[in-house]
Design a binder for this molecule. Structure first.
Ligand SMILES: Cc1cc2nc3c(=O)[nH]c(=O)nc-3n(C[C@H](O)[C@H](O)[C@H](O)COP(=O)(O)O)c2cc1C
Length: 205
């Protein structure tokens, strides 16, 4: 059976969702079984629609903690909130105490990708502050490094860093995920998939 990697996202304006599809493409290219899920919304519907002008939610299932437990690796897609992960994600991760108590996620792989409104809005702090969750669960964080040459390109705005793929949505969300950012996302998926695949094959050898 192919190793399993779940991509768990929150995406109000679909930038993270778009990037998730590139990460998924890379994972599948590496030969792992991958799917996209999203954490539950915690804001009232009228706030999300009337005040935040969000489109319909991505058409993917709601993640449960079973989706963490069943996977060999999990990649989290995070739109920045004040330089950190959104509260919807915190609510999801804060519901994993039972898994922590039995060490259910220890030894599984974890990665992150992210989105900010501005170039300097906290891409790296968003990734960095997520690593405490991985440490407490005993998960193995897999950074992207500078695995894709676009990460050296300073000729245009390109999200992402050694921590993972990223996109810059613009203050009003009008900037779309660029082709280069999608390619970085795909590289992250492929590299992460290869790490998970190698580990799972070694364990069952
Ligand atoms: C409450 C709130 C806080 C935010 N904080 C930041 C921030 O600290 N830095 C930043 O660059 N963008 C910030 N943003 C913009 C979001 O990160 C941006 O809308 C998101 O990355 C777009 O991803 P999505 O389309 O997947 O929802 C914030 C947005 C909201 C609603």
């Amino acid at each position: 059976m192919a190793p399993k990697v779940n991509i768990i996202i929150y995406s109000l304006y679909h930038h993270i969702y778009t990037l998730a599809k590139s990460v998924e493409e890379g994972l599948k290219e590496a030969g792992v079984d991958a799917k996209i899920l999203q954490v539950a919304e915690t804001l009232p519907e009228e706030v999300v629609k009337a005040k935040m002008h969000a489109p319909d939610r991505p058409d993917v299932p709601i993640a449960t903690i079973a989706d963490l437990e069943e996977a060999d690796g999990v990649i989290f897609g995070l739109p920045t909130r004040f330089g950190q992960l959104p509260s919807q994600f915190k609510a999801f991760l804060d519901s994993t105490g039972g898994l922590w108590a039995k060490g259910a996620l220890a030894g599984k792989f974890a990665g992150v990708f992210f989105s900010t409104g501005s170039q300097h809005g906290g891409q790296e702090t968003t990734a960095m502050t997520t690593v405490t969750y991985f440490a407490h669960h005993g998960m193995i964080y897999v950074p992207l490094g500078f695995a894709n040459p676009h990460l050296f390109d300073n000729s245009e705005v390109i999200g992402g860093s050694a921590w993972g793929a990223g996109t810059v949505a613009g203050g009003d969300g009008s900037r779309q995920v660029s082709d280069k950012e999608k390619e970085i996302g795909k590289t992250q998926g492929t590299n992460f998939g290869n790490v998970v695949k190698t580990y799972v094959a070694g364990k069952s050898a």
